[in-house]
Design a protein around this ligand. Structure first.
Ligand code: GTP
Ligand code: MG
Length: 347
């Protein structure tokens, strides 16, 4: 397979309004691929899910794609929809290479849908819109895990008309937000038009389309930007600050560049001055097969981008979700703390 070793996994942030289906979509991407026992294991990270290219390609049912796409897979991040998480979402937009904006096709655009679009516009992040919950259209006949067009062609004329009507409302709302868009299978130039993919995260209809379009976007927009250097000091973003039994405050981090080791000194954004601490342990979730294990996490000695990992270290109580994490040395600590402080003030 044509995967280049030094090309890192693109980070795909899933954004959208509360309850429009972000978590269900990720569950479906995970579940349908795991359940069908396909090649390539899905890796569960802290706060993220990694789907290898082999799995995506087999999910899309076209082995010829294998030689076309150079990325090792896709790393999906779920972002909370509640508006208190604005800064995290804006960070999520910044750290993502690609994004999915999910909108309930029956409810249409809501405040956080628009906010997600503004964040992506600001960071010039390529994205696709997913029009979710098509199975809720009255009279819809679900076709489990079918590509969108297969499913669409099996619906009655009345249902098709209803889907089209709701779909064009989404097109209209995107236009009001400053984007030209079209159904994903009709887009010829993703630079000029945003693709909209009608899906159901519950029945799996259109999921293969989502994976395909994301791979296409990665290929089209990112190939030049995904080279990374595993030897440079790690750079990441705090997704969540969490109290863990026996560990105290820990941070769930998406590392998007470089390397992070046990014992490294790190600087983390906090409410006041950025905090300094030393990594006591790097933790990953146990594989699904070991779910009965007493311990929720397993320790690793080091990690390389892009990856989701939990950091256990002293003094993390005041760490701020959405803020940067950087590996430092005694020589760089002051300059990097200053940079983080400035960065946090900008948001
Ligand atoms: P927050 O994390 O709170 O922002 O919500 P979310 O965007 O992650 O939404 P979530 O995936 O939790 O879905 C919200 C509700 O919608 C759940 O009850 C889901 O079962 C339901 N839901 C999600 N996708 C679909 C779909 O495609 N069809 C139907 N019928 N229900 C869906
Ligand atoms: Mg959710």
């Amino acid at each position: 397979m044509a995967v280049k070793q030094d090309l890192r996994t693109p980070i795909v942030s899933v954004m959208g309004h509360v309850d429009h289906g972000k978590t269900t979509l990720l569950d479906r991407i995970r579940g349908s691929t795991v359940a069908e026992g396909e090649a390539g294991a899905i890796t569960q990270h802290i706060g993220a899910t990694e789907v290898p290219i082999d799995t995506i390609v087999s999910k899309c049912g076209n082995p010829a794609l294998r030689d076309k796409f150079m990325v090792p897979g896709l790393l999906f991040i779920d972002t909370p929809g509640h508006h208190a998480f604005t800064s995290l979402r804006s960070r999520g937009g910044a750290l993502a290479d690609l994004a999915i904006v999910i909108v309930d096709i029956n409810e249409g655009f809501m405040p956080q849908t628009i906010e997600s679009l503004q964040i992506l516009k600001r960071f010039k992040t390529p994205f696709v819109v997913v029009a979710n919950k098509i199975d809720r259209i009255h009279g819809w006949e679900p076709q489990k895990n079918a590509p969108f067009i297969v499913s669409y062609n099996k619906q009655s004329e009345r249902v098709k008309t209803e889907l089209d009507r709701k779909f064009y409302e989404v097109v209209g709302e995107l236009y009001n937000a400053g984007f030209n868009s079209e159904r994903h299978d009709r887009v010829s130039d993703f630079q000029r038009n945003i693709g909209i993919i009608p899906i159901s995260a519950v029945t799996g209809e259109g999921i293969a389309d989502v994976l395909m379009v994301l791979l296409g976007l990665a290929q089209r927009f990112l190939e030049g930007n995904l080279h990374y250097d595993a030897s440079v000091p790690g750079v990441g973003t705090v997704l969540e600050v969490k109290e863990e039994k026996g560990l105290g405050a820990t941070i769930d981090v998406i590392l998007y560049d470089g390397n992070l080791k046990k014992g490294d000194m790190i600087v983390v954004g906090s409410l006041g001055k950025p905090l300094h601490t030393k990594v006591r342990a790097l933790l990953k979730p146990r594989p699904l097969t070991e779910i009965k294990s007493e311990e929720k996490f397993q320790q690793v000695q080091s990690v390389t981008a892009a990856i989701g990992v939990k950091i256990s270290a002293p003094n993390l109580d005041s760490a701020l979700a959405g803020s940067p994490v950087r590996v430092v040395t005694p020589e760089t600590v002051d300059a990097i703390s200053e940079e983080i402080l400035n960065e946090l003030e900008e948001v």
